[in-house]
Ligand binder design. Structure first.
Ligand code: 13P
Ligand code: SF4
Length: 348
Protein backbone atom coordinates (compact mmCIF):
# COMPACT_ATOMS: atom_id res chain seq x y z
CA UNK A 1 0.00 0.00 0.00
CA UNK A 2 0.97 3.65 -0.33
CA UNK A 3 1.48 4.07 3.41
CA UNK A 4 3.68 0.96 3.57
CA UNK A 5 5.82 2.30 0.73
CA UNK A 6 6.07 5.68 2.46
CA UNK A 7 7.06 4.05 5.76
CA UNK A 8 9.76 2.00 4.06
CA UNK A 9 11.18 5.10 2.35
CA UNK A 10 11.24 6.94 5.69
CA UNK A 11 13.11 4.05 7.30
CA UNK A 12 15.72 3.87 4.54
CA UNK A 13 16.21 7.65 4.69
CA UNK A 14 16.65 7.43 8.46
CA UNK A 15 19.16 4.58 8.31
CA UNK A 16 21.29 6.19 5.56
CA UNK A 17 21.18 9.67 7.12
CA UNK A 18 23.58 12.16 5.51
CA UNK A 19 24.92 9.48 3.20
CA UNK A 20 21.74 9.81 1.16
CA UNK A 21 20.59 12.99 -0.60
CA UNK A 22 17.40 13.34 -2.62
CA UNK A 23 17.11 16.44 -4.82
CA UNK A 24 13.68 17.01 -6.40
CA UNK A 25 12.77 19.26 -9.31
CA UNK A 26 9.66 21.47 -8.95
CA UNK A 27 7.87 19.43 -11.66
CA UNK A 28 7.98 16.22 -9.62
CA UNK A 29 4.82 14.70 -8.17
CA UNK A 30 3.91 15.45 -4.54
CA UNK A 31 4.23 11.75 -3.65
CA UNK A 32 7.93 12.11 -4.53
CA UNK A 33 8.59 15.73 -3.53
CA UNK A 34 7.52 14.96 0.08
CA UNK A 35 10.76 12.96 0.40
CA UNK A 36 13.08 15.48 -1.27
CA UNK A 37 15.92 16.87 0.88
CA UNK A 38 16.05 19.88 -1.44
CA UNK A 39 13.73 21.21 -4.13
CA UNK A 40 14.59 23.75 -6.77
CA UNK A 41 14.77 24.84 -10.37
CA UNK A 42 17.50 23.47 -12.62
CA UNK A 43 20.08 26.06 -11.55
CA UNK A 44 19.45 25.63 -7.82
CA UNK A 45 19.62 21.84 -8.06
CA UNK A 46 22.91 21.99 -10.00
CA UNK A 47 24.38 24.35 -7.36
CA UNK A 48 23.12 22.23 -4.47
CA UNK A 49 24.66 19.05 -5.94
CA UNK A 50 27.95 20.84 -6.64
CA UNK A 51 28.22 21.93 -3.01
CA UNK A 52 27.14 18.65 -1.39
CA UNK A 53 30.23 16.79 -0.25
CA UNK A 54 28.91 14.35 2.34
CA UNK A 55 26.30 12.35 0.39
CA UNK A 56 27.50 9.04 -1.04
CA UNK A 57 24.20 8.38 -2.78
CA UNK A 58 22.36 11.09 -4.71
CA UNK A 59 18.94 9.86 -5.83
CA UNK A 60 17.86 12.43 -8.38
CA UNK A 61 14.13 13.00 -8.69
CA UNK A 62 14.00 14.78 -12.01
CA UNK A 63 14.99 13.78 -15.54
CA UNK A 64 18.04 12.12 -17.07
CA UNK A 65 19.98 15.28 -18.06
CA UNK A 66 19.65 16.61 -14.49
CA UNK A 67 21.09 13.38 -13.05
CA UNK A 68 23.95 13.56 -15.57
CA UNK A 69 24.65 17.14 -14.50
CA UNK A 70 24.66 16.06 -10.86
CA UNK A 71 27.14 13.29 -11.70
CA UNK A 72 29.43 15.73 -13.52
CA UNK A 73 29.34 18.21 -10.63
CA UNK A 74 29.99 15.71 -7.83
CA UNK A 75 33.11 13.80 -6.88
CA UNK A 76 33.97 10.26 -8.10
CA UNK A 77 33.12 8.75 -4.71
CA UNK A 78 29.56 10.05 -4.94
CA UNK A 79 27.05 8.01 -6.98
CA UNK A 80 24.03 9.46 -8.76
CA UNK A 81 20.87 7.42 -9.41
CA UNK A 82 17.75 8.05 -11.48
CA UNK A 83 14.77 6.12 -10.04
CA UNK A 84 13.39 5.38 -13.54
CA UNK A 85 15.82 5.28 -16.47
CA UNK A 86 12.94 6.11 -18.84
CA UNK A 87 12.65 9.59 -17.30
CA UNK A 88 14.25 11.45 -20.20
CA UNK A 89 13.46 14.84 -21.71
CA UNK A 90 11.99 15.09 -25.21
CA UNK A 91 13.69 18.46 -25.70
CA UNK A 92 17.15 17.12 -24.79
CA UNK A 93 16.55 14.28 -27.25
CA UNK A 94 16.05 16.81 -30.07
CA UNK A 95 19.81 17.51 -30.30
CA UNK A 96 22.14 14.56 -30.64
CA UNK A 97 25.89 14.97 -30.85
CA UNK A 98 26.19 13.79 -34.46
CA UNK A 99 23.61 16.29 -35.68
CA UNK A 100 25.39 18.96 -33.65
CA UNK A 101 28.87 18.24 -35.06
CA UNK A 102 27.38 18.27 -38.56
CA UNK A 103 25.66 21.61 -37.93
CA UNK A 104 28.87 23.06 -36.47
CA UNK A 105 30.84 22.09 -39.57
CA UNK A 106 28.32 23.87 -41.79
CA UNK A 107 28.23 26.96 -39.56
CA UNK A 108 32.03 27.18 -39.31
CA UNK A 109 32.31 27.07 -43.10
CA UNK A 110 29.66 29.73 -43.50
CA UNK A 111 30.49 32.12 -40.64
CA UNK A 112 34.09 31.24 -39.73
CA UNK A 113 35.27 31.57 -36.15
CA UNK A 114 32.56 34.04 -35.12
CA UNK A 115 30.19 31.76 -33.20
CA UNK A 116 30.10 30.78 -29.52
CA UNK A 117 27.94 27.73 -28.72
CA UNK A 118 25.62 27.80 -25.70
CA UNK A 119 23.40 25.02 -24.49
CA UNK A 120 20.40 25.00 -22.23
CA UNK A 121 21.14 22.54 -19.39
CA UNK A 122 18.25 20.52 -20.83
CA UNK A 123 20.69 18.67 -23.09
CA UNK A 124 22.79 15.50 -23.01
CA UNK A 125 26.23 15.41 -21.40
CA UNK A 126 27.69 14.93 -24.91
CA UNK A 127 26.18 18.24 -26.06
CA UNK A 128 27.48 19.99 -22.95
CA UNK A 129 30.93 18.52 -23.71
CA UNK A 130 30.73 19.84 -27.31
CA UNK A 131 29.90 23.30 -25.97
CA UNK A 132 32.62 23.09 -23.31
CA UNK A 133 35.41 22.21 -25.73
CA UNK A 134 34.35 25.00 -28.09
CA UNK A 135 34.60 27.69 -25.41
CA UNK A 136 30.90 28.02 -24.60
CA UNK A 137 28.73 27.65 -21.52
CA UNK A 138 25.50 26.08 -20.34
CA UNK A 139 22.51 28.24 -19.40
CA UNK A 140 19.35 27.70 -17.38
CA UNK A 141 16.10 29.62 -17.55
CA UNK A 142 17.27 31.54 -14.45
CA UNK A 143 20.50 32.90 -15.92
CA UNK A 144 20.02 32.75 -19.71
CA UNK A 145 20.08 36.52 -20.17
CA UNK A 146 23.33 36.95 -18.27
CA UNK A 147 25.08 34.10 -20.10
CA UNK A 148 23.88 35.23 -23.55
CA UNK A 149 25.26 38.71 -22.80
CA UNK A 150 28.54 37.08 -21.70
CA UNK A 151 28.67 35.17 -25.01
CA UNK A 152 28.08 38.31 -27.10
CA UNK A 153 30.94 40.03 -25.29
CA UNK A 154 33.21 37.43 -26.91
CA UNK A 155 31.77 36.58 -30.32
CA UNK A 156 29.54 38.20 -32.93
CA UNK A 157 27.19 35.19 -33.04
CA UNK A 158 25.79 32.47 -30.80
CA UNK A 159 24.52 28.97 -31.53
CA UNK A 160 21.81 28.21 -28.95
CA UNK A 161 20.98 24.52 -28.30
CA UNK A 162 18.46 22.83 -28.09
CA UNK A 163 15.45 25.06 -27.20
CA UNK A 164 14.61 27.56 -29.92
CA UNK A 165 12.04 29.24 -27.66
CA UNK A 166 14.28 29.97 -24.66
CA UNK A 167 16.98 31.08 -27.14
CA UNK A 168 14.65 33.38 -29.09
CA UNK A 169 12.98 34.82 -25.98
CA UNK A 170 16.32 35.54 -24.32
CA UNK A 171 18.02 37.04 -27.39
CA UNK A 172 14.96 39.23 -28.04
CA UNK A 173 15.06 40.32 -24.41
CA UNK A 174 18.60 41.66 -24.79
CA UNK A 175 17.72 43.51 -27.99
CA UNK A 176 18.45 41.15 -30.91
CA UNK A 177 15.74 41.60 -33.55
CA UNK A 178 13.85 38.54 -34.80
CA UNK A 179 15.11 39.03 -38.36
CA UNK A 180 18.68 38.62 -37.10
CA UNK A 181 17.86 35.13 -35.80
CA UNK A 182 18.23 31.98 -37.88
CA UNK A 183 16.97 28.49 -37.11
CA UNK A 184 19.11 25.39 -37.66
CA UNK A 185 16.94 22.49 -38.83
CA UNK A 186 18.81 19.33 -37.77
CA UNK A 187 16.54 16.99 -39.72
CA UNK A 188 16.85 18.75 -43.09
CA UNK A 189 20.39 19.88 -42.19
CA UNK A 190 19.73 23.46 -43.35
CA UNK A 191 19.80 26.93 -41.90
CA UNK A 192 16.35 28.51 -42.10
CA UNK A 193 17.23 32.16 -42.64
CA UNK A 194 16.35 34.70 -45.30
CA UNK A 195 18.48 37.72 -44.31
CA UNK A 196 22.06 38.58 -45.30
CA UNK A 197 24.61 36.34 -43.50
CA UNK A 198 26.34 39.37 -42.06
CA UNK A 199 23.21 40.27 -40.05
CA UNK A 200 22.81 36.82 -38.53
CA UNK A 201 23.51 37.04 -34.79
CA UNK A 202 21.67 34.09 -33.29
CA UNK A 203 21.38 30.54 -34.60
CA UNK A 204 18.60 28.72 -32.77
CA UNK A 205 18.50 24.94 -32.71
CA UNK A 206 15.07 23.75 -33.91
CA UNK A 207 14.09 22.01 -30.66
CA UNK A 208 11.29 22.71 -28.21
CA UNK A 209 9.64 21.49 -25.02
CA UNK A 210 6.60 19.35 -25.77
CA UNK A 211 4.95 20.53 -22.53
CA UNK A 212 5.39 24.29 -22.96
CA UNK A 213 4.42 24.25 -26.65
CA UNK A 214 0.89 23.47 -25.42
CA UNK A 215 0.41 27.02 -24.12
CA UNK A 216 -0.95 29.10 -26.98
CA UNK A 217 -1.95 32.64 -27.94
CA UNK A 218 -5.48 31.23 -28.18
CA UNK A 219 -5.33 30.35 -24.42
CA UNK A 220 -4.20 33.93 -23.73
CA UNK A 221 -6.90 35.50 -25.93
CA UNK A 222 -9.55 33.51 -24.06
CA UNK A 223 -8.37 34.83 -20.68
CA UNK A 224 -7.94 38.43 -21.85
CA UNK A 225 -11.51 38.43 -23.21
CA UNK A 226 -13.14 36.80 -20.21
CA UNK A 227 -11.02 37.82 -17.23
CA UNK A 228 -8.92 40.86 -18.05
CA UNK A 229 -7.79 41.15 -14.41
CA UNK A 230 -6.07 37.72 -14.41
CA UNK A 231 -2.24 37.91 -14.47
CA UNK A 232 -0.61 35.60 -17.00
CA UNK A 233 2.83 34.23 -16.07
CA UNK A 234 4.64 31.65 -18.24
CA UNK A 235 7.91 29.76 -18.49
CA UNK A 236 10.32 31.04 -21.20
CA UNK A 237 10.21 27.60 -22.88
CA UNK A 238 6.84 28.81 -24.26
CA UNK A 239 6.75 30.11 -27.85
CA UNK A 240 7.78 33.75 -28.39
CA UNK A 241 4.27 35.10 -29.13
CA UNK A 242 3.00 33.51 -25.90
CA UNK A 243 5.79 35.06 -23.85
CA UNK A 244 5.24 38.44 -25.55
CA UNK A 245 1.52 38.44 -24.78
CA UNK A 246 1.95 37.32 -21.16
CA UNK A 247 2.37 39.70 -18.24
CA UNK A 248 5.54 38.05 -16.99
CA UNK A 249 7.81 35.07 -17.58
CA UNK A 250 10.60 33.23 -15.81
CA UNK A 251 12.00 29.97 -14.49
CA UNK A 252 10.05 27.72 -12.15
CA UNK A 253 11.71 29.42 -9.16
CA UNK A 254 10.81 32.86 -10.54
CA UNK A 255 7.16 31.81 -11.01
CA UNK A 256 7.01 30.48 -7.42
CA UNK A 257 8.57 33.69 -6.07
CA UNK A 258 6.05 35.90 -7.89
CA UNK A 259 3.05 33.94 -6.62
CA UNK A 260 4.45 33.89 -3.07
CA UNK A 261 5.01 37.65 -3.07
CA UNK A 262 1.63 38.62 -4.57
CA UNK A 263 -1.23 40.19 -2.63
CA UNK A 264 -3.90 37.68 -1.47
CA UNK A 265 -6.70 37.31 -4.02
CA UNK A 266 -4.45 37.93 -7.03
CA UNK A 267 -5.77 36.03 -10.04
CA UNK A 268 -3.19 34.02 -11.97
CA UNK A 269 -3.03 31.88 -15.10
CA UNK A 270 0.23 29.93 -15.10
CA UNK A 271 1.85 28.47 -18.20
CA UNK A 272 4.05 25.67 -16.91
CA UNK A 273 4.02 21.97 -15.95
CA UNK A 274 0.91 20.62 -14.23
CA UNK A 275 2.44 19.34 -10.97
CA UNK A 276 3.90 22.74 -10.16
CA UNK A 277 0.64 24.56 -11.01
CA UNK A 278 -1.32 22.13 -8.81
CA UNK A 279 1.16 22.49 -5.94
CA UNK A 280 0.97 26.29 -6.12
CA UNK A 281 -2.83 26.06 -6.05
CA UNK A 282 -2.69 23.89 -2.91
CA UNK A 283 -0.03 25.93 -1.14
CA UNK A 284 -1.53 29.33 -1.98
CA UNK A 285 -5.22 29.05 -1.30
CA UNK A 286 -5.20 32.82 -0.67
CA UNK A 287 -4.58 33.29 -4.41
CA UNK A 288 -6.80 32.37 -7.36
CA UNK A 289 -4.67 30.12 -9.57
CA UNK A 290 -5.52 28.31 -12.82
CA UNK A 291 -3.47 26.72 -15.58
CA UNK A 292 -3.14 28.86 -18.72
CA UNK A 293 -4.18 25.79 -20.70
CA UNK A 294 -7.35 24.37 -19.11
CA UNK A 295 -6.36 20.85 -20.19
CA UNK A 296 -3.35 21.07 -17.81
CA UNK A 297 0.02 20.03 -19.21
CA UNK A 298 1.96 17.17 -17.64
CA UNK A 299 5.57 16.35 -18.45
CA UNK A 300 5.16 12.63 -19.07
CA UNK A 301 8.81 11.81 -18.48
CA UNK A 302 9.09 13.81 -15.22
CA UNK A 303 6.00 11.93 -14.06
CA UNK A 304 7.67 8.56 -14.56
CA UNK A 305 9.41 9.11 -11.24
CA UNK A 306 6.79 7.95 -8.76
CA UNK A 307 6.57 6.42 -5.30
CA UNK A 308 7.18 2.78 -6.39
CA UNK A 309 10.23 3.75 -8.48
CA UNK A 310 11.67 5.88 -5.68
CA UNK A 311 11.22 3.06 -3.19
CA UNK A 312 12.70 0.46 -5.58
CA UNK A 313 15.77 2.63 -6.15
CA UNK A 314 16.30 3.33 -2.43
CA UNK A 315 15.75 -0.32 -1.58
CA UNK A 316 18.45 -1.38 -4.06
CA UNK A 317 20.90 1.05 -2.39
CA UNK A 318 19.91 -0.13 1.10
CA UNK A 319 20.62 -3.78 0.25
CA UNK A 320 23.91 -2.94 -1.49
CA UNK A 321 22.77 -3.94 -5.01
CA UNK A 322 22.39 -0.47 -6.45
CA UNK A 323 20.71 -0.04 -9.85
CA UNK A 324 20.01 2.86 -12.22
CA UNK A 325 23.40 4.51 -11.76
CA UNK A 326 24.04 7.55 -13.95
CA UNK A 327 27.76 7.66 -14.73
CA UNK A 328 29.05 10.04 -17.41
CA UNK A 329 32.40 8.88 -18.83
CA UNK A 330 35.39 10.86 -17.61
CA UNK A 331 36.38 12.63 -20.84
CA UNK A 332 32.79 13.74 -21.58
CA UNK A 333 32.46 14.76 -17.95
CA UNK A 334 35.62 16.89 -18.00
CA UNK A 335 34.56 18.81 -21.12
CA UNK A 336 30.94 19.19 -20.00
CA UNK A 337 32.22 20.48 -16.68
CA UNK A 338 34.01 23.32 -18.50
CA UNK A 339 30.64 24.49 -19.89
CA UNK A 340 28.92 24.11 -16.51
CA UNK A 341 31.77 25.81 -14.70
CA UNK A 342 31.60 28.88 -16.96
CA UNK A 343 27.92 29.16 -16.04
CA UNK A 344 28.21 28.46 -12.32
CA UNK A 345 31.12 30.82 -11.80
CA UNK A 346 29.27 33.78 -13.24
CA UNK A 347 31.22 34.69 -16.34
CA UNK A 348 31.46 38.37 -17.09
P1 13P B 1 13.64 25.38 -14.60
O1 13P B 1 13.28 24.64 -13.36
O2 13P B 1 15.08 25.72 -14.61
O3 13P B 1 12.76 26.56 -14.81
O4 13P B 1 13.44 24.37 -15.84
C1 13P B 1 12.21 23.97 -16.31
C2 13P B 1 12.27 22.67 -17.03
O5 13P B 1 11.63 22.48 -18.04
C3 13P B 1 13.07 21.62 -16.51
O6 13P B 1 13.02 20.55 -17.37
FE1 SF4 C 1 12.01 18.35 -20.91
FE2 SF4 C 1 9.91 20.00 -21.13
FE3 SF4 C 1 9.76 17.90 -19.52
FE4 SF4 C 1 11.35 19.97 -18.87
S1 SF4 C 1 9.12 20.00 -19.03
S2 SF4 C 1 11.86 17.79 -18.75
S3 SF4 C 1 12.05 20.59 -20.93
S4 SF4 C 1 10.01 17.85 -21.78
Amino acid sequence: SVSEMEDRIRKIKESLGDKLFIPGHHYQKNEVIQFADATGDSLQLAQICASNEQAEHIVFCGVHFMAETADILTTPNQTVYLPDMRAGCSMADMADIFQTERAWEHLQERFGDTILPLTYVNSTAAIKAFVGRNGGATVTSSNAKKIVEWAFAQKKRILFLPDQHLGRNTAYDIGVSLDHMAVWNPIANVLEYSGPDDDCEVILWKGHCSVHENFTVENIRHIRENEPDRQIIVHPECPHEVVMQSDDNGSTKYIIDQITAAAPGTKWAIGTEMNLVNRLKEEHKEQDIISLNPLMCPCLTMNRIDLPHLLWCLESIAVGAARNIIAVDSSTSAEANMALDRMLHSPR
